[in-house]
Design a protein around this ligand. Structure first.
Ligand code: ADP
Ligand code: ZN
Ligand code: ZN
Length: 802
């Protein structure tokens, strides 16, 4: 077994395979699958992942592995397999899939050093190597004759640790601890010998007569009012000793969480939880969809299911959307499970992320709460995977590998024989359709735990406002409601739905929005050519001068930013205190938390923000929610725009009246009759589901079909069209008759960074060979891709249709 199969870090489609390398004798004992290595590749030295170890190769004259980067595998056997599957499923390179599963720190090659963790003598050769130092460079070790397996053993015994140096910042933090070096009675004898005036030494010794555990040096200084000189003196007398311990940077201070106990469940919660618990205790895989209105206590169900999993000695992964990974959310998990919980959040520094990952890898924790990539947590005994707010599109990665966390979760759930729980107040059509078919098990919670009704929703027709002469972005109703809420000392959440700004065209008089006659999708305004275009079927027309419905000349494209809203709010209600939350005000680390905290502390009357304020927030004093323009997302060139509007309105409505005070929601819109706005205001998910499913069936969109999107880009317009055309033709030859191939059509963003972009959309029901066929076609273009600056991307589950 002296040959390693390695996936190398070369970003070229032709290199997407394993290469065989000889394992030098010095690495033979320690090298294992899932470790990273450095190998020669042509004239270069590159990194790679060992995915197999064998004794035979089809090639002779193998080159040798140059170096081994890990003492322990960074990818488990399961993750190696998962990465392979993911690469094949999303048509990406293996190397890209593996790198996506690891924290940033491990994606590059960093300098390493060895750290001595103990004052106890090490083995002779290590003593010789360290030569009295606490830290030595890894190169020194490599230059010595000590074997890797000896180092591996020392690391396992924690006498030595390996540290990755990330941009001069130390990844692992070592802290000095002090502990007694003698038995308590011996210390007592020594205390007797100490002079009376050595007060600090006596106090320190007295502490250790009482406490035999090690204590962080700084804490000891504090408790015994001592300092390093004092402690050093006692160490020199061999009464105490010092040890260095690896502590993890903890962005969340565990002591500050108040521990919570399981609540008595409501009947609906009990009914939802029971079947999940059964699967946990039988170690069986299944997928559950928990459809529960906001405030119905879904999180409590997750917590109690996780408790069961922990009782079985297993581990839990909880995914929440990035923007709802607020301190409030983290509190709820840390509050129940304390330091058992790791948090994976994009706002953490690279070092902090690595620390959280290490806690998982070393089994210091058994629960991880995190955003999308936490689905790759290197647990080895998973008992449950939970995806909260399963409808969120952030669970789909828009970069390679273009995976959906839900698919990965189900794959891992199958491997670990454990349930996967999807939760939402507004499930995706895909998931709900599957639940209705019985593919997923459905649990419904239609009551809030506090028995409070959902807040009343009032729809305000902004066309009417305009007709009565109100040109401001605040309707009379909203303004008056805000005034009286502030008078009562209550708080307001104002949502500006900004995702779809300035691209669609609407008549401000009658609310008419220009749609494509073939696609049921809003046309997109192209400023340069003054044209309206459909991005699915290439239909186009000139920007009209007047509204085709009512002949008004107030037809224009739309756009407002939070900053503008803040300004006009200041004019309209100068006395109101406003906190604005958007990408600009939350860019700095920790600012998100700070803003939310000051709102919770009632330092402001109004919280104004974009999507990021719609999720997961829970403020007792909020009684009014205002949505400024409910339509702005409705007319995006995206067949999911109605669904997203419905989801957002439902979510944001859930922010009001969650506690004692009753809540109210005011939705401003130019299209009050639109079914997604109407049905969101009556909280009628089922009717929305039925209405939307009909549209999806008529226009052949998911869940009735699957989609795949191929995007081609190149600086030359003609070339892009030609290549896309050729791809479409080649595809047409190999797909089933009922499969629809749309395109070439310009991408919604048709030129980006001086490159033209065209796309080809595949709508299919049953194409078992589609991936293989696409791959074959891509291979035909490999040469052009390499030589001619051509870029072709394939998304097997497109969400972001830009
Ligand atoms: P969801 O996640 O469905 O929006 P939450 O889990 O946030 O709902 O629950 C809403 C509120 O109800 C929270 O304050 C929670 O502590 C409380 N809650 C949940 N379950 C119960 C229960 N069984 N009894 C009393 N209060 C509960
Ligand atoms: Zn009109
Ligand atoms: Zn169209």
């Amino acid at each position: 077994m002296n040959i390693a199969r390695v996936i190398v870090d070369v970003q070229a489609k032709t290199i997407n395979q394993t290469f065989d390398y000889l394992i030098p004798v010095r690495f033979q004992d320690i090298l294992a699958e899932g470790m990273r290595v450095i190998v020669p590749f042509g004239p270069r030295k590159i990194t790679g992942f060992v995915v197999g170890i064998t004794s035979t190769s089809d090639f002779d004259k193998l080159k040798e592995i140059i170096d081994v980067l890990d003492i322990y595998p960074v990818l488990t056997k399961e993750l190696l397999e998962l990465g392979k599957w993911m690469a094949e499923d999303t048509l990406t390179m293996y190397i890209t899939a593996y790198q996506a599963m690891l924290p940033q720190v491990l994606k590059a090659q960093y300098k390493k050093e060895l750290i001595r963790n103990t004052d106890e003598p090490l083995s002779k050769e290590f003593e010789f190597l360290f030569a009295g130092r606490d830290v030595i460079s890894f190169e020194e070790f490599e230059g010595s004759s000590i074997s890797y397996s000896k180092l591996q053993k020392a690391v396992q015994e924690t006498t030595i640790s390996i540290n990755y140096l990330v941009k001069s910042r130390i990844t692992k933090k070592l802290v000095t601890f002090i502990e007694p070096n003698k038995e308590s009675y011996q210390l007592e004898e020594s205390l007797f010998d100490l002079p009376q005036n050595a007060k600090k030494q006596r106090a320190t010794l007295a502490y250790f007569i009482q406490n035999s555990d090690s204590i962080e040096q700084n804490k000891l200084f504090h408790i015994t009012n001592s300092n390093r000189t004092v402690v050093k003196a006692l160490i020199d007398k061999q009464l105490l000793k010092e040890i260095k311990k690896e502590v993890y940077r903890n962005p969340y201070n565990d002591d500050s969480f108040e521990r919570t106990l399981p609540l008595n469940l409501t009947e609906q919660q009990e009914q939802a939880l029971q079947p999940i618990k059964e699967k946990v205790s039988n170690s069986e895989h299944d997928v559950f969809l928990v459809h529960g209105v906001t405030g119905s206590g879904k999180t409590e169900i997750y917590l109690q299911a996780i408790q069961d999993v922990l009782n079985e000695g297993k581990e839990a992964i909880v995914l929440v959307p990035e923007i709802s990974l607020t301190p409030q959310m983290v509190n709820r998990f840390k509050g129940r499970f304390g330091s058992e919980v790791a948090v994976m959040h994009s706002a953490l520094s690279n070092g902090e992320k690595y620390d959280e990952w290490r806690k998982i890898q070393t089994k210091k924790v058994s629960v991880v709460v995190g955003a999308r990539s936490a689905i790759f947590a290197p647990f080895e005994n998973i008992g449950i995977i939970i995806i909260d707010e399963e409808h969120e599109t952030t669970y789909k990665q828009e970069d390679q590998p273009r995976y959906h966390a839900r698919d990965v979760a189900i794959k891992r759930g199958l491997y670990h024989h454990c349930p996967v729980v999807l939760g939402s107040a507004t499930p995706t059509l895909e998931s709900f359709a599957r639940a209705k078919k019985g593919v997923y098990k459905l649990a419904t919670l239609d009551k809030r735990t506090n028995e409070k009704p959902m807040p009343d929703v009032e729809i305000v027709d902004m066309r009417e406002e305009l007709h009565t002469g109100n040109r401001s972005m605040f309707s009379t109703q909203l303004k008056e409601s805000m005034e009286s809420a502030i008078e009562r000392g209550e708080q307001i959440v104002l949502l500006l739905n900004r995702r779809g700004y300035s691209t669609f065209v609407m008549c401000r008089d009658c609310g008419h929005v220009k749609q494509c006659p073939h696609c049921d999708i809003a046309l997109t305004y192209h400023k340069r050519s003054n044209q309206l275009k459909c991005h699915y079927c290439s239909y186009e027309e000139r920007m009209p001068l007047e509204c085709p419905e009512c002949q008004s000349d107030s037809i224009r494209y739309f756009g407002t930013g939070t900053q503008r809203v803040e300004e006009s709010l200041a004019q309209l209600m100068p006395h109101a205190r406003v906190i604005r939350m958007d990408v600009d005000t939350t860019r700095k680390k920790g600012s998100h938390e700070k803003l939310l905290k000051s709102f919770a502390d009632k330092q402001a009357d109004i919280l104004l923000g974009t999507q990021m304020i719609a999720k997961g927030l829970d403020f007792a004093n909020v009684t009014l929610v205002g949505v400024l323009t409910a339509d702005s997302m409705l007319h995006l060139p995206d067949f999911r725009s109605s669904e997203k509007t419905f989801q957002l309105l439902t979510q944001v409505s859930g922010r009001a009246g969650r506690h004692e005070l009753l809540g109210k929601v005011i939705v401003q819109t130019y299209t009050p009759e639109h079914y997604s706005i109407q049905l969101a205001s009556s909280y009628d998910f089922h009717q929305f589901f039925n209405a939307e499913m009909q549209i999806r069936r008529t226009f052949r969109y998911p869940p009735y079909v699957y989609l795949a999107l191929i995007t081609v880009s190149h600086p030359n317009h003609v070339k892009v069209v030609q290549i896309t055309q050729r791809i479409a033709q080649l595809l047409t030859k190999v797909v089933a008759e009922e499969t629809i191939i749309l395109g070439p059509t310009p991408s919604p963003i048709s030129r980006m960074k001086d490159r033209y972009r065209y796309q080809c959309m595949i709508k299919y029901k049953n194409e078992p060979n589609l991936r293989r066929n696409i791959k074959k076609i891509m291979d035909q273009f490999a040469d052009e891709v390499r030589k001619e600056d051509l870029l072709i991307t394939v998304d097997m589950q497109p969400y972001h249709l830009m």
